[in-house]
Design a protein around this ligand. Structure first.
Ligand code: FAD
Length: 316
């Protein structure tokens, strides 16, 4: 079922979650162990992130370096199929531009269609660690909007291989939005122009980057509406869990902590107290969002179902 149908048929705010594929070599049981405790909140869909290749250099004879491509978290498509099979909920694979040619994207979408997957979250992806800026595949897409055009094109029956009669796909397309603006954007106004282009190209709903200040989400929704972006905007929340997160999350995701939260975090001396602050903050944020009747609250579990469970049991 399409995410847009889940949202339009819901009587109350929905609960959904996002998981990461396990590190290569780990079993799928680690995924089930993370999802099982959260099933009591009836998520109608579960997102699965996509992780592109990274490059490492191995020293060979005579000081030569060999560049090797590795993928630490493969398996997005297989995990989506396993989730649908085990839990009978919709799985939403993330689809990225980085590292994919247009033909590879087309083939990946055909695989998803064969598996009965109705939804994709279309993203650009970040640059790989060894590149300072995002570089698309030579025959790939530079921006998420280009990827959305391709998926929408297939929904309209347009494939790269156009010399035979092909059946249209029917994917519901989601896209990413940034209440604190995307870090590469000149300002929020240009970011919203490009977000609107993604919606005009065929994105039917938006999932936001994590934020810790609900005002930023409410302001973002108001700015989107003023810019003519009328699709549902699902807030994404991430519970802070460890001392490492305190600096990692703002650095990696380009978000700020509100002062009240940073004051609490400064008092924390160990992971356990950070986790507790993260849970309490998550409950307060979720309560306010729920009261505001947002369509769904989407939790970035990042292998941390304990905090998400502690928050969700107070809300759903
Ligand atoms: P875009 O929409 O293409 O925007 C990228 C930048 O380019 C923005 O600054 C935008 O303003 C600008 N821009 C957009 N269109 C144009 C244009 N036509 N001309 C000029 N500038 C333009 N990453 C992963 O690798 N895997 C994942 O699974 C993943 N999941 C995510 C889930 C969510 C909900 C979110 C919010 C992010 C996720 N990301 C993931 C991270 C995402 O890939 C990065 O934030 C990436 O840097 C931008 O992706 P985007 O789809 O927002 O890009």
């Amino acid at each position: 079922m399409k995410i847009t149908d889940h949202l339009s048929q819901a009587k109350d705010t929905l609960f959904s979650l996002e998981i990461l594929p396990p590190l290569k070599g780990k079993s799928i049981q680690s995924i089930y162990d993370g999802i099982d405790p959260l099933m009591e909140f009836n998520p109608p869909f579960i997102n699965v992130t996509y992780h592109r290749e990274e490059y490492i250099y191995k020293e060979r004879e005579r000081g030569l370096l060999e560049k090797i491509a590795i993928r630490k978290r493969p398996g997005t498509v297989g995990i989506c199929a396993a989730i649908m099979n085990k839990y009978h909920v919709d799985a939403v694979p993330h689809l990225i531009c980085g590292g994919f040619s247009r033909e590879e994207t087309e083939n990946a979408l055909i695989d998803l269609q064969f598996l009965g997957i109705d939804n994709v979250l279309a993203l650009r992806g970040d640059s790989i660690k060894t590149e300072s800026t995002f570089r698309p595949h030579l025959d790939g897409h530079e921006y998420a909007v280009d990827l959305i055009h391709q998926v929408k094109g297939m929904n309209d029956g347009n494939y790269i291989m156009d010399d035979i009669q092909l059946e249209p796909t029917d994917f519901c397309i989601g896209t990413a939005g940034y209440p604190e603006k995307h870090f590469e954007a000149m300002n929020l106004t240009t970011d919203l122009l490009y977000l609107k282009a993604k919606v005009d190209a065929g994105a039917e709903y938006i999932v936001t980057q994590m934020f810790f200040d609900n005002k930023k989400y409410f302001d973002f929704v108001a700015a989107c509406r003023a810019a003519g972006i009328m699709v549902p905007i699902i807030p994404g929340l991430k519970p802070i869990k460890s001392l490492t997160h305190i600096s990692f999350l703002p650095k990696f995701f380009h978000i700020d902590y509100p002062e009240d939260l940073s004051k609490e975090l400064l008092k924390c001396k160990d992971n356990k107290t950070v986790e507790q602050v993260g849970i309490e903050w998550g409950i307060a944020q979720s309560k306010e969002l729920y009261a505001a009747k947002v369509p769904c609250i989407h939790y970035y579990t990042m292998s941390n179902s304990y905090s998400v469970h502690s928050i969700a049991k107070e809300i759903f």
